[in-house]
Design a protein around this ligand. Structure first.
Ligand SMILES: NC(=O)c1ccc[n+]([C@@H]2O[C@H](COP(=O)([O-])OP(=O)(O)OC[C@H]3O[C@@H](n4cnc5c(N)ncnc54)[C@H](OP(=O)(O)O)[C@@H]3O)[C@@H](O)[C@H]2O)c1
Length: 243
């Protein structure tokens, strides 16, 4: 089956920034496919958006499980025959309790590799594997926009003490952005990293400076870039920032 509407997949869309990004893409006329690792929560989020008269779908997805990603890719192929937008939003921040300037937090010299592996699995390997599966669907119609939700904590230009696993996972995600952009070359499939800023979600906490709706606007901007837009850059508030 083929579809003419633009189709967007958002990972980790049952709450937080992912849910708000799905809402805003749907408001712009995209068919937004919400995904989540917990089907009950994900379907409830999709129902909520459908209750707002938005055209959204739902499919389960755990970005740490290859079979789960394969099932999503097959579903997209069978249901729509295309994919236009992939938002790699799902992420974990196990060092969260230690964030926001806790200098006593364990540093890289004490980092248990198990913690690093867990962070990389969700925040970097999952997005890369999804990109590998999804790019062929984008190439079918010569169009794609991929947004990797990164973080200022992954910025090499501002590497500091603390939160080493999360920092490394987001820095690796940024490298993935650069490598995929280089490999896609002049194809009309753009991939960029976005730093959403500090956002009031479960991860960001109540003190954060931006609402999910404000942060999602910048994600949606990167997801809807024109053909003249950039690829292989790190964006914050719509502007390129240092890696
Ligand atoms: N909030 C901030 O200040 C901030 C700042 C910079 C970057 N970010 C990034 O923004 C993105 C969204 O975070 P958020 O603030 O919206 O946090 P959040 O409310 O904690 O949401 C994280 C989402 O990721 C999902 N997730 C985690 N592991 C997953 C897996 N293995 N498979 C599928 N989904 C998974 C979670 O699902 P469950 O509900 O099942 O756990 C949840 O839907 C993350 O990549 C984060 O690193 C956030």
């Amino acid at each position: 089956m083929t579809e003419n509407r633009r189709i967007a997949v958002i990972t980790g869309a049952n709450r937080g920034l992912g849910l708000e990004t799905a809402r805003q893409l749907a408001r712009r006329g995209y068919k937004a496919v919400l995904t989540s690792r917990d089907a009950v929560q994900g379907k409830a989020a999709a129902d909520k958006l459908q209750g707002e008269a938005l055209d959204v779908g739902y499919h389960p997805l755990d970005v740490t499980r290859t079979e789960s990603m394969q099932r999503l890719a097959e579903f997209l192929h069978n249901a729509f025959g295309r994919l236009d937008v992939l938002i790699n939003n799902a992420g974990i921040f196990p060092e969260q309790d230690l964030a926001h300037g806790a200098r006593s937090a364990p540093g890289v010299l004490e980092l248990p590799l198990e913690s690093l592996r867990e962070n990389l699995q969700t925040n970097a390997f999952g997005p890369l594997r999804l990109i590998q599966m999804i790019v062929p669907l984008m190439r079918r119609h010569g169009y794609g926009r991929i947004v990797n939700i990164s973080s200022g904590y992954g910025q090499l230009a501002r590497m500091e003490h603390g939160l080493p696993a999360y920092r490394m996972s987001k820095a690796m995600l940024n490298v993935i952005t650069c490598l995929v952009a280089a490999e896609l070359g002049s194809e009309n499939i753009k991939i960029n990293s976005v730093d959403p800023g500090w956002v009031r979600t479960r991860m960001g906490g109540a003190q954060a400076t931006s609402s999910p709706a404000e942060a999602a606007e910048w994600v949606v901007e990167a997801a809807t870039l024109s053909d003249a837009g950039p690829s292989g850059v790190f964006l914050k508030h719509g502007q390129p920032i240092d890696w």
